[in-house]
Design a protein around this ligand. Structure first.
Ligand code: SF4
Length: 347
């Protein structure tokens, strides 16, 4: 991870809210080179295509964006050529999902802002870029494109404390209301949508109130004040998942010591329905090894990043990236394998 000079951004807002100490913990990590993953580059490419399509919708009144995208297959956007596969797996599903959500919120939307840079109120240096804002007579719809295939991102999360609206989107909405006030004139409802065509969530959109945005602004401002104090609170939770500071965070390293010190409880009793010492031992051990799995991943990622930056780790070195094998034509491959006496099952 590279060092961010700003305290908080869209992608770190939730982490600072949940764990104010995470900012100092991450700042204490040594800097490393920015290495873009192939997935991130593909995401940037897809964002550029969507930006171009939304500009065509806004500036040229284009309504058939699918056909427009089709007509530009083979053209280069960002770092690669647009292909049929890109359209079928990312662009068209994103357009269809957007259409559905627009209908859900009353329809009649026009493009109000594309890739707009906005400033979060009351926190110096807190900026962000919102992908798309659409406006109708009654609603302002905020859209975030996500083209990853990993974990589906929801508009609302539920936990034991109730419902939590996606903090990244709330951050952008607060910034947009601060930087682009004209869009919000009149008594318009607010909604947000996360369009993730390759990993759709079961709740991609939600309506929110202005009061929710106000509370979010106050909470984030308070969390940032806390983050700047001496020894701010560290809270282990969901936000740890993507936090690079896990490698040295006491909330993660201390349980490793617990694991080392854990006394093995042999199974002596017969299986019972009530909680037994052996059952308790298994519950504790499971919690610790689950934590260890996440910690292991972080250590591996950090080790890899350190080697890629040019560092030396005794006993480890980078392997040359293996080129992915790809079957160009399935029929030819099948035929060749048949001739080599492979059974159909094996092929
Ligand atoms: S790993 Fe978790 S507890 Fe530790 S700093 Fe990061 S978010 Fe906070």
């Amino acid at each position: 991870m590279s060092k961010h000079s700003n305290l908080v951004g869209g992608s770190t807002a939730d982490r600072i809210l949940q764990c104010p100490g995470s900012w100092q913990a991450n700042m204490a990590l040594p800097p490393s080179a920015d290495i873009s993953s192939p997935y991130a580059a593909e995401g940037t490419f897809a964002h550029v295509v969507m930006e171009w399509l939304m500009q065509a919708r806004r500036d040229d009144g284009q309504t058939d964006l699918h056909r427009l995208a089709d007509a530009h297959i083979g053209e280069t956007f960002h770092d690669r050529k647009l292909t049929r596969e890109h359209i079928d797996t990312m662009i068209l599903p994103a357009l269809l999902q957007l259409e559905e959500i627009e209908q859900e919120y009353g329809g009649g939307f026009e493009v109000a802002a594309i890739e707009a840079r906005v400033a979060f109120p009351g926190i110096p240096g807190a900026f962000g870029t919102i992908d798309l804002i659409l406006v109708s007579g009654s609603c302002v719809l905020h859209v975030d494109w996500k083209f990853g295939q990993g974990v589906p991102v929801r508009a609302v999360y539920k936990d034991e404390y109730g419902e939590r609206v996606n903090a990244q989107l709330l951050y952008y909405i607060a910034g947009a209301m601060n930087s682009l006030p004209k869009i919000y004139k009149g008594r318009k409802a607010l909604a947000l949508a996360i369009i993730q065509p390759r990993a759709p969530s079961d709740q991609p959109a939600t309506a929110i109130s202005k009061k929710e945005v106000k509370w979010f602004i106050e909470d984030l401002q308070a969390a940032v004040v806390e983050a700047l104090q001496r020894e701010p609170r560290l809270t282990r939770g969901d936000a740890c998942r993507w936090c690079p500071a896990k490698i040295s965070c006491p909330k993660w390293t201390a349980p490793m010591l617990d694991l080392a010190a854990m006394k093995v409880q042999p199974r002596t009793e017969v299986v019972e329905r009530k909680v037994t010492p052996y059952g308790e031992y298994l519950a504790n051990a499971k919690q610790l090894v689950d934590g260890l799995a996440m910690f292991t991943k972080e250590v591996n990622d950090q080790l890899h990043a350190y080697l890629e930056d040019g560092g030396t780790v005794p006993g480890w070195k980078l392997k040359l990236k293996a080129k992915q094998r790809q079957s160009i034509n399935e029929e030819i491959v099948n035929k060749e394998l048949e001739q080599l006496c492979f059974d159909w099952d094996e092929i």
